[in-house]
Design a protein around this ligand. Sequence first.
Ligand SMILES: NC(=O)c1ccc[n+]([C@@H]2O[C@H](COP(=O)([O-])OP(=O)(O)OC[C@H]3O[C@@H](n4cnc5c(N)ncnc54)[C@H](O)[C@@H]3O)[C@@H](O)[C@H]2O)c1
Ligand SMILES: [Zn+2]
Length: 764
Amino acid sequence: MDQHQPVTGAGPNAAGGPDGLEAARARAEALREQIRHHDYLYYVLDRPEIDDAAYDALMRELRELEARFPEIVTPDSPTQRVGGKPAAPFARVEHAEPMLSLDNAFSREELEAFDQRVRRAVGGDVAYVAELKIDGLSIALTYEEGRFVRGATRGDGEAGEDVTANLRTIRSLPLRLRDRERQVPQRVEVRGEVYMTFDAFRRLNQEQEARGQAPFANPRNAAAGSVRQLDPAVTAARSLNLWVYALAGWEGDPAAAPRSQWEVLQTLRQWGLPVNPHARRCTSLDELLAYIDEWAARRHQLPYLIDGIVIKVDDLAQQRELGTTARSPRWAIAYKFPAEKARTRVRDILVSVGRTGALTPVAVLDPVLLAGTTVSRASLHNADYIREKDVRIGDLVVVHKAGEIIPEVVEVVKEARTGDERPFTMPERCPACGSPVVRVEGEAATRCPNAACPAQQLERIRHFASRDAMDIEGLGPAVIEQLVARGLVRDVADLYRLEAEPVAQLERMGPKSAANLIAAIDASRARPLRRLLYGLGIRFVGERVAGVLARHFGTIHRVMEAEPAELMAVPEIGPRIAESVAAFFRDEHNRDLIRRLAEAGVRAAAGEPEPGSAAARAAAGAGAAAGVAGAAEGAGMAAGPAGIPGVAGGDAATDGLGSGPGATGPGGVGAPPGPDGPGVPPEVRERVAGKTFVFTGGLASMTRDEAEALVEALGGRATGSVSRKTDYVVAGEGAGSKLAKARELGIPVLDEQAFLRLVGRQPS
Ligand SMILES: NC(=O)c1ccc[n+]([C@@H]2O[C@H](COP(=O)([O-])OP(=O)(O)OC[C@H]3O[C@@H](n4cnc5c(N)ncnc54)[C@H](O)[C@@H]3O)[C@@H](O)[C@H]2O)c1
Ligand SMILES: [Zn+2]
């Protein structure tokens, strides 16, 4: 299926669209309904269900219908509006000038038509600036006297969400502009795109997976989800990047303002802002088309995702002359690249076994060129996914890749079936060790329950040695595989008894690399507790949770002996994580493993306290504690934000006083980035804990009792009447006087969707 349909002539409606006015009106309403649904998923939840090409096709059909029957256009039609409404948990920010969307072109003909329209309107020569269309989240940055004062999302174009605190954590965003060559005006809005590189995206999804959370579908969703959440510490941990490309609301000497888009880019660059280096000024349509062709070919070499080329009239006076519609400027257009999909055949479906024993089906494909790389495997996620899509061995399928490292099978071409295709069933025994597999009720995954399973062993050792865990250089999969196969290593404790000689015998090893490996293993004995805890691969214990546990308990023994209730008393630790940690350390094998690690001289396993923890402070005496904590946070802080004053200090101090619910602020920046259990993400807990909620009116998705219980489970309070102490009023259907009271007192009012978002529940 190819959703990229270059449209020439009258478009698809000429052949078979609804003809009568009423039929057109009905079809348009149906399309609007669908588009609104997808807008909500995309702009509010950052969780689209269809890809952009499919969405664009719906928009295109609606636009063409409205062009044929102008009387059916409604003011609230998605063709007349930009984006989505700002979400309630954020403060509203009005933009200096509307932030518009862009018209799209999908073919050469459409670009020619655009060029002709422009030339006709300005009646003369036109130069364009062509820029890469970065697939990220558009934002507006306000600078006053050269200082960054506010950052906002686009929202509905008129007003967006205040995400200043989150944007301040982006390191390429200057908090002060330089004005060496070009004076900075009193006030100006800089516009650009926040994006995530493929590398950062891959790392984030690995962490998501470690936490048992759903991976992001593409870098755009990951970037948007990271900016549009309430905890700056989470944004800080996510390596976001920025390109800027526009100016608005210039308040300063008009003579100093740039006169062309090309000058805008130079100006932004001179102010020290990140401007993409690949823009080009073109003086003819042919030059533009050449630029597009060039980037259609080169785009896969970029470390980030682009989904097209933006073409802008260069001269700002001509831009003003051309003007805008309610939705988009008439002086710009976005050429969109065709969707990155390809058809190929499923040769086989294999099953791989992960560190926790989860069985993951993988499609083995006839190699096909997709998004610049040859693809021969695609993830099928789990048995449910295969059943839902009905993927069979031998099927012709559509594979898709949008920045994911592992492409996905998105759809089966059922018309192409011959009847020889074979349905896949999950094996009943583990393909690595033969143990009967288990499937836990309510979980998508099928697991091998055998802790001694060689496939699991291999994955566990790999995780233990990985960079963010014990960081053992040179211990890659190929080496581990041989070590396990030769019986030299069964678990991670065995690593510390390895001797150089047998290691040197391994394939592609020698005395020198063996000595290096042994030295690297030796060096890992000194790693701190949080790395050990993360490296053990306890379910739901990602880097962030490991850091929290390490700082709270200080030694492995205290973590091992903690009851679930004690674990749960730690800020950020929910019941699922607590139970998982307790279960891990109840297991005799695991206790024995820790004992052997301690004997092997792994210091954290031997009980050396985590610097900065309560245990360390007890050992060092209270006076020295602050210093120790400060130093210990040093490493974490360097990776943290530059712009959140006092966050790391506050975090350490909170721990020092041992006060639990103090962590409602934006804490945790000093801790390693990342995760928490899938039950309750830490940002949710931090948002809700200690906050007072009042419910008014009825909710569609739960009873009031359930909503109150939910808030309380997250450490918040639910009360019956609105006062100045109320943090949020949740207004459902038929809300009454409490809503009026909330407005009077200026208390934030959440609608049901905003409430569900706040508490981390996906709205229905
Ligand atoms: N899959 C879905 O369910 C779904 C739902 C809604 C929207 N969408 C996608 O979003 C698009 C609509 O979003 P949109 O309104 O942001 O329009 P757009 O993506 O078509 O183009 C406008 C945006 O391009 C971005 N941009 C990137 N580089 C730029 C540059 N150099 N100069 C100027 N702008 C640049 C800006 O953020 C700008 O707001 C649709 O085309 C669709 O693909 C998808
Ligand atoms: Zn197994």
